[in-house]
Design a protein around this ligand. Structure first.
Ligand code: DC
Length: 225
């Protein structure tokens, strides 16, 4: 591999398509670092929730101000959001944050704040970055862009199997599919497929298979450069 330049692989796609876990696995295999851009939208939402007021009244300026002391801290395998010096941890995955994050992610000022943090983190490093618009808005020049999709039913089935640690019923999958489709609709404007992205449909792929495919693509582009 070309050791002189830093590299960026972007992985974008809809909710629950396995982007973050796939991105981390690809980064681990390549010996690169993972940046989850969604973690910053979640951290900004978490920071604003700790202040007073209902989400309906949140202004863009108040969210950006609440997020002012949030940054991305580099660790060996990935970047994690911290508030000041304190890791935010799993609090960004709470039901409350998940409920309000789409509203926050639609604010242009918040998007600019996230994009700057992500570009700063990636500077001079080899990274796998995942999100919705990494290949279009944040790293339009990335040499490899992946558009990761899967059938909504299959995304729902995987998500529930992980959450419940058992085989979900069809009724449970149907209800979760409805949630996923609604979430896709809420995030649709931000979720953009780059024209030069490689489509990876994971509906009928295992996770090792999808990781292998993306790693092979990454190695191919790095060797060419
Ligand atoms: O991928 P996730 O569920 O952690 O994303 C959280 C929210 O942030 C979701 O509403 C989509 C939004 N998001 C975005 O608009 N752009 C990104 N690059 C990443 C996430």
């Amino acid at each position: 591999m070309d050791a002189s330049a830093s590299h960026v692989v972007t992985i974008d796609g809809p909710a629950a398509s396995g982007k973050s876990s796939t991105a981390q696995w690809v980064a681990d295999t390549l010996g690169w670092q993972h940046i989850d851009s969604g973690s910053l939208y979640r951290a900004a939402t978490w920071a604003r929730q700790r202040q007073a007021g209902s989400p309906e009244g949140w202004t863009e300026a108040s969210v950006v101000a609440a997020a002012a002391n949030v940054s991305l801290r580099p660790e060996a395998r990935a970047f994690y959001p911290v508030a000041g010096d304190l890791p935010i941890g799993d609090a960004i995955r709470s039901v409350e944050v998940t409920a309000d994050v789409s509203r926050v992610a639609r604010m242009p000022g918040v998007r600019a704040w996230v994009n700057e943090r992500v570009r700063e983190a990636a500077r001079g490093r080899d990274v796998v970055v995942d999100g919705r618009d990494m290949g279009t808005v944040v790293f339009p020049g990335a040499p490899l862009k992946i558009w990761l999709v899967a059938d909504p039913w299959e995304r729902a089935r995987r998500r529930l199997t992980q959450r419940l640690e058992r085989r979900p019923s069809d009724e449970e999958i149907a209800a979760e599919t409805d949630e996923i489709v609604q979430r896709d609709a809420r995030d649709a404007t931000q979720t953009v497929q780059a024209k030069d992205a490689v489509l990876v449909d994971t509906t009928y792929l295992t996770q090792p298979e999808q990781v292998e495919r993306i790693v092979a693509l990454a190695r191919a582009v790095v060797q060419k450069r």
